[in-house]
Design a protein around this ligand. Structure first.
Ligand code: GLN
Length: 285
């Protein structure tokens, strides 16, 4: 079978299944299977595919028809210009979260210590370490399976060429929030689960049926983890330290109030590229 013909079959199956980005997804899956690029559809559409390639592609399309996210099928997602391994044990890194990383970067100094609470794939911490010098990172998660993915991502990122000394080894800690944490840090950053439990079922099937609820569920009002993290962070921040949190839709006022209640000051809310409040950060004396 020819390349463009198989693409058409895949695309039509995804359109019929109601997949929003059917054209893009069917093309990206084919390119991943064949090791090709966007241009091949235009200039190499007549190439013949092997039986193995066809079979793998059909399997991928079947998964996508069943709403498995593209990133879990391909096993990776780009974030901050770096490629991260993802599995169904980890949330897929979002572009919105780049706003959080960019904001931390603006305040981070070389050699500082960073604790990433609910690290998942490790995308926040590892990109901060990659784009700074000599910082030390602690990545915390309750899920051992997520920490395994984060450790594999560390190997990937540490092996990338960069015009600076290698990133310092990360301490990955399995912990229910701060229960296993000791010491004090310059920066605490977190993108905790923040979807109210009752809202999860209304999200796209890709999210609610396939991403880990452990990484999404912010309990009844979505604020459970903010309360816990804000309550405890002051103990784990050095003097002059800063706390950075990603937030969901409409949570800026509540999260800012929690910070002020706990004696944090200079709270700032930052919007993402879509214009939604996305990050709140604050200082400790
Ligand atoms: N820190 C990870 C991310 O931003 C995981 C977040 C989570 O599991 N809630 O992608």
């Amino acid at each position: 079978m020819k390349y463009h013909k198989l693409y058409e079959i895949g695309k039509n199956k995804l359109i019929a299944a109601g997949i929003l980005e059917a054209e893009l997804d069917s093309r990206l899956l084919l390119e991943a299977v064949c090791g090709t690029s966007k241009h091949d559809l235009l200039v190499n559409g007549e190439r013949e595919l092997s039986a193995g390639q066809i079979q793998t592609y059909v399997n991928h399309i079947n998964k996508r028809e069943n709403r498995i996210p593209l990133q879990y099928i391909l096993g990776e997602q780009e974030f901050m210009g770096l490629k991260f391994l993802v599995t169904p044990d980890t949330l897929i890194p979002r572009q919105d979260t780049e706003t959080l990383v960019e904001e931390v970067k603006r305040h981070l100094h070389d050699g500082q210590t960073i604790l990433d609470m609910c690290t998942g794939t490790g995308c926040i911490l590892l990109s901060l370490l990659y784009y700074s010098n000599n910082c030390l990172g602690w990545g915390v998660d309750i899920s051992a399976a997520a920490l395994d993915v984060a450790g594999r991502n560390e190997e990937r990122i540490a092996s990338l060429p960069r015009p600076a000394p290698p990133i310092k080894p990360v301490k990955w800690i399995k912990s229910d929030l701060f229960s296993e944490i000791s010491g004090q840090f310059d920066i605490i950053v977190s993108n905790p689960p923040y979807i109210p439990t009752a809202t999860i079922g209304t999200l796209m099937p890709e999210v609610c049926e396939h991403e880990p609820h452990l990484a999404l569920d912010g309990k009844q009002d979505g604020l459970y983890f903010y309360r816990k993290i804000i309550d405890q962070s002051s103990q784990y921040l050095k003097r002059g330290g800063m706390l950075f949190l990603e937030i969901g839709c409409g949570q800026a006022t509540d999260v800012t109030a929690l910070m002020v209640e706990r004696g944090f000051y200079d709270t700032v809310v930052i919007k993402d590229l879509a214009g939604h409040d996305r990050v709140v950060y604050c200082n400790i004396i």
